[in-house]
Design a protein around this ligand. Structure first.
Ligand code: HDD
Length: 713
């Protein structure tokens, strides 16, 4: 068995359904061997096709029906198999078996996604990323249908269709694709103060990740853990990537969307194929039930985080993705997640957003996958066999034996039996509830700005600047002045300086919106719904800034090595060895795609030519040394391309390497023109120059110099 391709009970189950065409003859769907797959059956060589041609009809009919509706949201996605390993038993808090025995491994399938775009849209949209995990536990499937942001736009599922209609392409002309920068989205947002915290996240660089492998995951809602004594705890789920949280810059995202719209999909696929398995620490923030009301926000409000300074994340396991799917449609497209797929020991809370989700997910699978038997699709099957009295329906696979499909019964000996709790039977948590039926929002939800402020105030300066620019970009695309004005009015409640900066670029006035306190009257005009602010215990939280993330590895970072005929073969191969030792990836970029001959006679096969790629697709640039290198690269046909390649990497604060040989190129770059000698690693006397370059790559970007490097005062 290939060590990179581990087996487990789920993969064994999937193997049963797999086909391999190697050494096989072509057949129809009925298993009939086909003798001619080139021509239809005709009435003479030049005659009309015959209706009798069942082979042609079968082929065309199947083809005509091979598309299914895309997901109503999160249509664009990529998935992978993996494993969750529990390091520390959580049985003190939950009786879920997959969280009880330290060392236990549970198979998983994870699907990452963007929200707004269609199935074929770019990976690099400014958007929330879905991070949905299916745990194939011994007690049935547990789905954590998470996002890469810990809060949501709205507090109640009642508003979800409105939110999605607003962000999706506008209904008259279906423009724009996979973008929130348009009138209807910002119109809705400007009237929904509760969305302001999420807007801070969405306008931050978290919305344009460098990789799915470098994103956090959050369950968003408070869920419940229940232990075997019946004690309950509120929990918020967290996934922290071992590679740290990193992003690209917005101008890069826009270019990558053109250069490689599959950027994240390709990155995930290639990392797994290369054995650089993405990993996350998995943990929870735990709040005992009796402490539910200890906070200055409501634990049931999905627009709020619990700052990690108040309740630290307790990590207890590792999620590793180690196997690409065999078939995108069968696995990634057909997988059906649902926050209502839970196991004993985990339960819901009354978060009104979560409550609505519990209805929506099964419902949507019915139209997307076409039948209530979607649980029988191989990727959706639980590891334990299903035993119940549900029967029939489109595409039923299971062959249930016997006469009995009802309960109670005596003919079947009463089977299948209900399970006692001690035998793993699920029983909903017996939460005490008393109240009148009411269609309203709790007053404890009406603080919309405190945590938006917390997020903004916790950002480093470069992050704040990116956030401001994102807002300016988005609102520039808005065509209606009043909408811009209302959004700026909302921003003013978050941070006055932020509102001023944005307003000035848009040419709007900062107007203070009305701010009545108190709970929301049933007939209130949404435009006047305002926040009732509380004094938060935490003013700044380190966990909210990407500045404080892990920056200690170049694992799987892609370095463009610019090679030309006559480059220093020995230096290039030494560099290659160093990078590979550190887990980095080298991709050679040459003048053209033809092999390059180094000065020692060795041949280097490039993956790209300078005109077929852009430096936005790489994490760093290494201009290979060599006596001829400068002359080659500065030929009239290539000079502009190479300078643009380097200048763009410089604009986005990436590590760039030149040495004494390639100084003539360096001297024509913006780095030299702007006199940022500190920037490029040109350390002629320094024997550690490769090492210095590697540590610059590990720190991802030097964002703090962005203003200066762009020549902005
Ligand atoms: Fe949702 C898909 C995450 C609120 C209704 N959602 C979907 C996916 C993710 C999330 C990651 C993609 C799953 C996959 O890869 O197949 N959704 C969230 C999070 C939410 C959230 C973290 C808030 C905290 N969603 C939400 C609400 C509703 C829905 C309030 C409806 C009331 N979501 C759906 C859906 C989707 C979906 C329409 C579309 C495809 C699917 O379910 O399977 O039912």
């Amino acid at each position: 068995m290939d060590k990179n391709r581990p087996q487990n009970e789920k993969l064994d189950q999937l193997n049963y359904y797999k086909t391999d065409n190697s050494d096989e003859k072509l057949t129809t769907n009925q298993g009939l061997k086909i003798n001619n797959n080139q021509d239809s059956l005709k009435d003479g060589e030049r005659g009309a096709s015959l209706l009798e041609d069942f082979i042609l009809r079968e082929k065309i009919t199947h083809f005509d029906h091979e598309r299914i509706p895309e997901r109503i949201v999160h249509a664009r996605g990529s998935g992978a198999h993996g494993v969750f390993k529990l390091h520390k038993s959580m049985e003190k808090y939950t009786r879920a078996k997959f969280l009880s025995e330290a060392g236990k491994e549970t198979p998983v399938f994870v699907r990452f996604s963007t929200v707004a775009g269609s199935r074929g849209s770019t990976d690099l949209a400014r958007d929330v990323r879905g991070f949905a995990i299916k745990f194939y536990t011994e007690e049935g499937n547990y789905d954590l249908v998470a996002n890469n942001m810990p809060v949501f736009f709205i507090q109640d599922a009642m508003k979800f269709p409105d939110l999605v209609h607003a962000v999706k392409p506008e209904p008259d002309n279906e423009i724009p694709q996979a973008a929130s920068a348009h009138d209807t989205f910002w119109d809705f947002i400007s009237l929904m103060p509760e969305s302001m915290h999420m807007i801070m996240w969405l306008m931050s660089d978290r919305a344009i990740p460098r990789s799915y492998r470098m994103m956090e995951g959050f369950g968003v809602h408070s869920f419940r853990f229940i232990n075997s004594e019946g004690s309950a705890f509120f929990v918020k789920f967290h996934l922290k990537p071992k590679l740290g949280v990193h992003s690209v810059a917005w101008p890069e995202a826009q270019k990558i969307s053109g250069a490689d719209p599959d950027f994240h999909r390709r990155d995930l696929w290639e990392a797994i194929e290369n054995g650089a398995f993405p990993e996350w620490d998995f943990g929870v923030q735990i709040v005992p039930e009796e402490n539910e009301h200890d906070f200055d926000f409501d634990l049931l409000d999905p627009t709020k985080i619990i700052p990690e300074e108040l309740v630290p994340v307790e990590t207890f396991g590792t999620l590793t993705l180690n196997r690409n799917p065999d078939n995108f449609f069968a696995e990634t497209e057909q997988i059906a997640f649902h926050p209502g797929h839970i196991v004993p020991g985990i339960d819901f809370t009354n978060d009104p957003l979560l409550q609505g989700r519990l209805f929506s997910y099964t419902d949507t699978q019915l139209s997307r996958l076409g039948s209530p038997n979607f649980h029988e699709i191989p990727i959706n099957r639980s590891v334990p066999t299903v035993h119940n009295n549900q029967r029939d329906g489109h595409m039923r696979q299971q062959i249930a034996k016997g006469k009995v499909s009802y309960e109670p019964n005596s003919i079947g000996g009463g089977c299948p039996f209900q399970a006692m709790m001690k035998d793993g039977g699920f029983a909903s948590y017996g939460e005490k509830i008393s109240g009148n039926k009411i269609r309203a929002r709790s007053k404890s939800f009406v603080d919309h700005y405190s945590q938006a402020k917390l997020f903004y105030n916790s950002q480093s300066n470069p992050e704040k600047i990116h956030l401001q620019k994102a807002l300016i970009f988005e609102l520039t695309k808005v065509t209606i002045h009043a909408i811009r004005e209302r959004v700026v009015g909302q921003l003013n409640f978050v941070n006055q300086e932020l509102a001023q900066i944005v307003a000035q670029k848009l040419g709007v006035e900062v107007k203070t919106l009305a701010q009545p306190n108190g709970s929301i009257p049933a007939d209130a005009d949404p435009a006047t719904l305002q926040s009732e602010e509380r004094e938060p215990k935490i003013k700044v939280s380190d966990a909210l800034s990407m500045k404080n993330t892990a920056k200690n590895s170049i694992e799987s970072r892609i370095i463009a090595v610019l090679v030309a005929d006559g480059c220093d073969g020995k230096r290039v191969s030494e560099f290659l060895n160093k990078i590979e030792k550190e887990g980095g990836v080298i991709q050679f970029v040459a003048l053209e795609i033809a092999p390059v001959k180094a000065d020692d006679g060795s041949l280097i096969v490039p993956l790209h030519s300078i005109s077929s790629t852009m430096s936005v697709c790489f994490d760093a640039v290494y201009v290979a040394p060599g006596e001829n290198s400068s002359k080659e690269w500065l030929q009239p046909d290539y000079k502009n391309s190479v300078l643009e390649f380097v200048n763009e990497a410089f604009r986005h604060c990436k590590a760039i390497f030149f040495d004494e040989n390639t100084k003539p190129i360096f001297e024509q770059t913006d780095i030299f023109k702007l006199n940022h000698k500190d920037y490029a690693v040109i350390l002629e006397e320094n024997s550690n120059r490769d090492e210095n370059f590697i540590s610059a790559v590990a720190s991802h970007r030097a964002w703090e110099f962005e203003k200066q490097r762009n020549g902005i005062k």
